[in-house]
Design a protein around this ligand. Structure first.
Ligand code: FNR
Length: 384
């Protein structure tokens, strides 16, 4: 199916799958261990039933909202993803451009394949930067300073990665950066010549933000990056980062109410309830199921965002009805990127916004504020 014939995010996913070698597909789609978290993320949305209001004038719906103090055209942000140029050589720039055109924030990952400076220079706009706490704290402070100097407005600290989850599909595929050449991977790549040609014609894929004397070869950089995830991270590190970052600070990867309260006490502006799209700890609660209690406990002291499993406009409507300020998406925009570069990302954002608008109209609400205010009456958890 070509992009122009895609109706849903699922269609775009199918289109991307056709273009990607198996290793890339596995890297994007995979979850950790037995992939229970991954499946539960999707199932969680079916655990809620909507009860629409009828006979209300819904001729003027408005998706605009405010996210961390800045206007956004929809309650949606693009979350951080690593190795993005692997999905399409247009990479992070294409994603950032599509986000800017749509009027929603884009979060650049620490593990990006385009540098902090290049994205900010080529696509200035509402940019957020995602930070991992590195073992080398000086390098972490450097990344933070570079993001600030380059004009990123929001810092998102990911805290669910003291170690990386076991991605079984990657291990099975021998998925590495750069791709390792074995008879199997060469055959796989040969069956996807479009992807291959684009990769070969572009610059070598590597972690663009970790360079210099920290690893001359891509695999050296990869090993360095893997060795840099810090399993000693604590709330004290969050306090230090709060001191260093003057702008809005978001903590991503929480699933416990007391952690969300503690993060708000530490002065963060928002939390993202997330299980990293099922890629870190397996068997977790779905972030959506953690949402109502967190919203209740925080009482507006910090914004509550949620991700993991959002694929449709009704998913966004449910999250907002349960009190979220917005959702993040990961894989959906990577499907768009894989299927059609910048255009594909734009198509996915457009589909989700159109679906959300239609869902709101069918629910009998006209604004994001109304959806959140009327939420308790609109959504009910149902037995499976
Ligand atoms: C991610 N995610 C992620 N998160 C993060 O904080 N830093 C990162 O570098 C990455 N990299 C990454 C790569 C890929 C391929 C995926 C799919 C995800 C997690 C991401 O930000 C987000 O939490 C999830 O993707 C949300 O779930 P869905 O929308 O993919 O179901």
């Amino acid at each position: 199916r070509t992009l122009s014939r895609c109706v849903t995010v699922d269609d775009v996913r199918t289109a991307a799958h056709r273009r990607w070698p198996a290793g890339v597909r596995g890297y994007v789609e995979g979850g950790a261990d037995g992939e229970v978290s991954l499946r539960r993320n999707r199932q969680a949305f079916s655990d809620y039933a909507l009860r629409p209001f009828t006979l209300r004038d819904v001729s003027r719906t408005d998706l605009t909202t405010t996210l961390l103090g800045s206007p956004a055209s929809a309650p949606l942000a693009l979350g951080p993803t690593g190795y993005t140029r692997m999905m399409h050589s247009a990479g992070e720039r294409a994603v950032a451009r599509a986000a800017r055109t749509a009027g929603v924030p884009y979060t650049l990952s620490t593990m990006a394949t385009t540098s902090i400076e290049d994205v900010a220079r080529d696509v200035p706009g509402e940019l957020w930067f995602q930070l991992y706490v590195w073992r080398d704290r000086q390098l972490m402070r450097e990344l933070l300073a570079r993001a600030q100097d380059s004009g990123y407005r929001v810092l998102m600290l990911t805290v669910d990665t003291p170690v990386t989850g076991l991605r079984v599909r990657d291990a099975h595929h021998g998925f590495t950066i750069p791709p390792q050449l074995s008879p199997r991977t060469v055959f796989d790549m040969a069956r996807h010549p479009g992807w291959c040609l684009r990769m070969l014609s572009g610059p070598m894929i590597t972690f663009a933000n970790i360079n210099g004397d920290r690893g001359q070869t891509p695999s050296g950089v990869m090993q360095f990056a893997a060795s840099q995830f810090d399993d000693t991270v604590t709330w004290e590190d969050l306090a230090e980062i709060r001191q260093l970052w003057p702008g809005p600070l978001v903590v991503k990867g929480l699933l416990r109410t007391e952690d969300a309260v503690r993060a708000a006490d530490a002065g963060v502006d928002a939390v993202v309830l997330s299980n990293h799209g099922g890629r870190q700890l397996d068997q977790t609660v779905a972030p959506l199921h953690a949402l109502p209690e967190v919203v209740d406990a925080l009482q507006g002291r910090a914004e509550v965002l949620v991700d993991s499993g959002v694929r449709r406009g009704t998913d966004i409507a449910i999250a907002l009805a349960l009190g979220a300020s917005a959702v993040l998406i990961g894989r959906p925009y990577l499907y768009g990127l894989g299927a059609g570069g910048e255009q594909g990302v734009s198509a996915v954002i457009g589909m989700l916004c159109d679906e959300l608008r239609r869902a709101m109209q069918l629910l009998g609400v006209s604004t994001v504020e109304e959806l959140r205010r009327e939420g308790p009456g609109l959504v009910r958890r149902v037995a499976r």
